[in-house]
Structure formats: structure tokens, C-alpha cells
Design a binder for this molecule. Sequence first.
Ligand code: C5P
Length: 137
Amino acid sequence: MTKRLLLVAACALVDADGRVLISQRPEGKALAGLWEFPGGKLEPGERPEETLIRELHEELGIEVKEECLAPLTFASHGYEDFTLLMPLWICRRWKGTPHGREGQAVKWVLPKKLRDYPMPPADEPLIPMLIDMIPAR
Ligand code: C5P
């Protein structure tokens, strides 16, 4: 049987100190407790960038302009019941202070410390990229 495809758009928000925001999946959701780059599922008719801008507002209360999203990579992972395809962006400019609007914990973490936070498998390949891209402090 062909597995269904799940399309998720996600983003590494990077602050002026070179820290990256991660968000903890809440109890009751799949992969609860794991730390992820914020984002979410595409709705019908949405472009991934539109999804990401909507999700960053819904989940974190920030406003992001599309021109501030730089494409970074395209992650994928085969789960038992679906295949996840996840384009990822990096964003250094937004309006507002990101906070967990859906009750989720959020943390700003230096790239070299990201490995201390268990992540879903599709998010993990982003860690070495962020370590390379963001100067160490
Ligand atoms: O957040 P939501 O439950 O809508 O995400 C759907 C699925 O996308 C999750 O079950 C997870 O497998 C995946 N996901 C991920 N990494 C993210 C966001 C979502 O692996 N940063």
C-alpha cells in the first residue's frame, strides 16, 4: 500500500545572539515531548511559505514577511503510516516576541546545544547545517 504524504513547512528562527528557537510538542500530540522547529501542515491551496507564515503567527504570535524566509533544505522521513516531506527555511527577522501561544514550551538554544534536545527525525539534519551557518559563540 502506498503511504500517504504529509507536507509540513518549518523554520529555524535565529535571533541576534545566534540562538535558534525550538518548540516542545505538547502532551496528547504525536511525538509529545520532542523539540521541533516550529511549523505545521499545509492546508489545501496553500503554498508552503503561506503555511509557515500562518503557523508562526498561530503558534508563536509573530509576524513574518515572506521575503524574510530563506530556503534552507528539504527534509523527509518515512513514518510507519505516512511519509513526511518538510521544506525548511531560516528566518532572522520578524515582528513580535515569539511565545508559546498553544501552551507549548519554547526555548532559544545555541546551535551547538541543539543535540541536547530530542527532536523528531526529520528535524535532526538541520542541526549540522545550523552549526555551520551560524558563527559559534
Ligand atoms: O504539528 P503537527 O502534529 O501538525 O505535525 C504533523 C507531523 O509533522 C508530526 O506528527 C511530525 O511527524 C511532523 N513534524 C516534524 N517536525 C516538525 C513539525 C512537524 O517532524 N518540525
